[in-house]
Design a protein around this ligand. Structure first.
Ligand SMILES: [Fe+2]
Length: 310
């Protein structure tokens, strides 16, 4: 008996049956979820190649692009996440996995810059260590889905500086851990800290993802935002942003992260006594951002996610 032909059941690879033949090669995968993922991936990938009749040159360009995307990534730069972001995949995964049904704060992408731990800070502390930007007081309250305060909730925040860069992008230029802080909400679930009004910034566009954006006439900008990652025992964590109302890119975020419910005004406060009280120059800006978390035992909203194995 000669070697068995490729494929399962002796079926050889053909253009017409390519997806079925390759998918069948994964039929013996012991992990059912891995088997489902690979089978579906092969079906969609082959359908794509057939749909566009991919040329060998295009295949080669795609391989080179993906290779460079991986090679551009290191300890402080994640070009692969960035690629997922500009393709809307990060946002889709986030949205599918954190349906809220309007009962809790909506999530958005983690983004590529939560690469270092935020330093624990006291409530009220100023996270803007480089002295740049428009001073701002950020306040909010963490609650459960019924409005009950979550005392001791952890509020992890990070944002870019007034030049549009995160600290990890400018080692030696910005102070370490600039514009990052891990705050513990008080007994009433409240948190507050000093920072600056965020400014819109371009995602890193000097690598393969930037080439993709340039080739497709897309701008690389993200509307101004502060990142939040809020956790509390017994509750589902939320990864989200606070966006600045009126930002010029609020309707065209390069990574599709904006949700209407996350946009806030940043009004000016002109009150010397209040400014002195919070430790900011007068006048200053303020923003209030409440965060509601679902309980860990609450079922997923809208039923089980479509197509998910149990
Ligand atoms: Fe960001």
């Amino acid at each position: 008996m000669p070697d068995a032909p490729s494929g399962v059941g002796g079926e050889l690879f053909t253009e017409e049956r390519s997806a079925e033949v390759v998918a069948a090669s994964f039929a013996g995968t012991p992990d059912p979820r891995l088997r489902q993922l690979l089978t579906s991936l092969v079906q969609h990938l082959h359908a794509f190649v057939k749909d566009v009749e991919l040329t060998e040159e295009e295949w080669g360009a795609a391989i080179a692009f993906l290779t460079r995307t991986g090679q551009t990534s290191d300890d402080v730069r994640q070009e692969v996440i960035l690629l997922s972001d500009v393709l809307g995949v990060s946002m889709l995964v986030e949205t599918i996995n954190h349906r809220t049904g309007g009962t809790s704060t909506e999530s958005t992408v983690l983004g590529p810059f939560h690469m270092v731990e935020s330093p624990p800070r006291q409530l009220g502390e100023n996270i803007a260590l480089d002295g740049k930007g428009e001073p701002c007081l950020v306040t909010g309250r963490v609650t459960g889905p019924d409005g009950e305060p979550l005392a001791g909730a952890l509020v992890d925040v990070w944002q870019a500086n007034d030049d549009g860069f995160y600290d990890v992008q400018q080692p030696g230029v910005q102070p370490e851990r600039n514009l990052r802080g891990l705050f513990t909400a008080d007994g009433d679930g409240r948190f507050w800290f000093r920072s600056i009004v965020p400014r819109h910034y371009p995602i890193p566009d000097d690598g393969p993802v930037g080439e993709l954006l340039a080739a497709t006439a897309r701008h690389p900008n993200r509307p101004a935002h502060v990142h939040f990652l809020v956790t509390a025992p017994g509750h589902r964590p939320v990864t989200t942003h606070l966006f600045v109302a009126g930002d010029p890119y609020i309707d065209s975020d390069a990574v599709f992260g904006v949700k209407e419910s996350l946009i806030r005004e940043f009004p000016v406060v002109d009150d010397p006594a209040r400014a002195a009280e919070v430790g900011l120059p007068n006048p200053f800006r303020t923003v209030h951002f409440d965060v509601a978390l679902l309980r860990a035992d609450q079922p997923a909203v809208h039923g089980a996610p479509v197509g998910r194995a149990s």
